[in-house]
Ligand binder design. Sequence first.
Ligand code: UD1
Length: 360
Amino acid sequence: MRLLLVAGARPNFVKLASLCRALDAAGGFDRRIVHTGQHYSDALSDVFFTELSIPRPDVNLGVGSGTGAWQTAEIMRRFEVPLLDVRPDLVVVVGDVNSTLACALTAVKSGFPVAHVEAGLRSFDLRMPEETNRRVTDAVSEILFVSEKAGVANLAREGIDPGRVHLVGNVMIDTLLEHRERARARDVCARFGVRRREVVVATLHRPGNVEDRARLSALFTGLRRVSERVPVLLPAHPRTAAALASLGLAGTGSLRIIEPLGYLDFLGLISDAMAVITDSGGIQEETTVLGVPCLTARDNTERPITVEQGTNTLVGCDADRIVREVDRILGGERPAGRVPALWDGRAADRIVGVLEAREG
Ligand code: UD1
C-alpha cells in the first residue's frame, strides 16, 4: 500500500513520528513523506525530526510563511506535483493546521482518498483558523481516525458515515509515552535554575490571544502576577516574541521569556512543572497524561476530554482567574485527572491495523 504522509507544522511532526514508527514496524507499506515547509526554522521543525528520529521527508515544498489563504493556496499548488508523481493509494494528513487542509483538498480534487488522523475535534468557534481546517478536512476524508469520544459524536452529528470513523486514541500521546523517560532525564529544570515542581511553564501562540493587544496584555499581567509566587518560563513562539516586543512587554527575573524549546526539552520541562498555562491544543492533552495541572488561556476547547477527565481548566484571558487557579494549586488543590481511554501508546498501531484490514 502506497501512502503519502503529510506534515507541515510543529505539532504534526510529533504525530508523524509515531505513525512512521508503527508503519515501519508493521512492514508492507511504501510510505513517502511530504513536508510542506509551513514551519521551517530549526527550532520549529528540524529539531523534531532529529530528536524523534523521523525519517527525512522525501519532498519539502518549502512554502514558508504567509496569510492563511495564501499559505493554503500555495501548499495546494505545490503539493499537486509530488501527489501526481507518487500517485498514492492514500494520502494521510494529521491535525488541523493549514497544511492539513491544503493537502486534503488537493488530494480529493485529484482523485486520491484521504485519511485524517485526529478527526472530529470541534471548538465550535470559527474565529479559529483551525476550526475551518478541521471541518473541511473531515468533510472530504474517506477514513477518519479519532482521538477522543467527543470526536465520534461530532462526526455523527455532521452526517458522516460511522463506517468511516475509527476511534483509535491519540498518536501524539504515543510519542509522549515513548520519550517521557528520556525527556525527564535531561533535567531541564536544573538548566534553567528552577526546582522541579516549583515552576510554571507558559506558552501562547494563537493569533486570537497574541494579536489582540488587550488579551495579550491581560495574559501577560496574569503571568507576571503568577511569577510573584513561583518562577514562570515562557518559551516564546516567534509571533509571541514579536507581539510582546511591540507592546514593550519584557520578562523579569522570575518571568523569563526564552527561545522555543525542542520536543524533549519541552516535554521534560512540563513533566516537572507545577502547572502549565497555555493556548495550545496538544499541550492540553500532554498535561492530562502527565497529570500536571493545565490552565488553558482560551474560552473553549476542541478537546473536552481533557477538562472532563484530565487536568485541564479553561481560564480565558482573565488574569484574576489565572492567579486564583495557581493559588489553588499552590494550596494543594490539584485536579486528580485520569488518562482517557486508548491514550495508551498504541494509537498508531491501531491505525495501521485499520489500514491493513482495508487492504486485505
Ligand atoms: C501553526 C498552526 C497552529 C499550530 C501551530 C503550532 C495553522 C493555521 N496554525 O500556527 O494550529 O498550533 O502552528 O506552532 O496552521 N515562523 C517562524 N518560523 C517558522 C514558521 C513560522 O518564525 O518555521 C513565524 C512566521 O513569522 C510566521 C509565524 O511564525 O508568520 C506563524 O507561522 P504559521 O505558519 O502561520 O503558523 P503558527 O502560527 O505557528
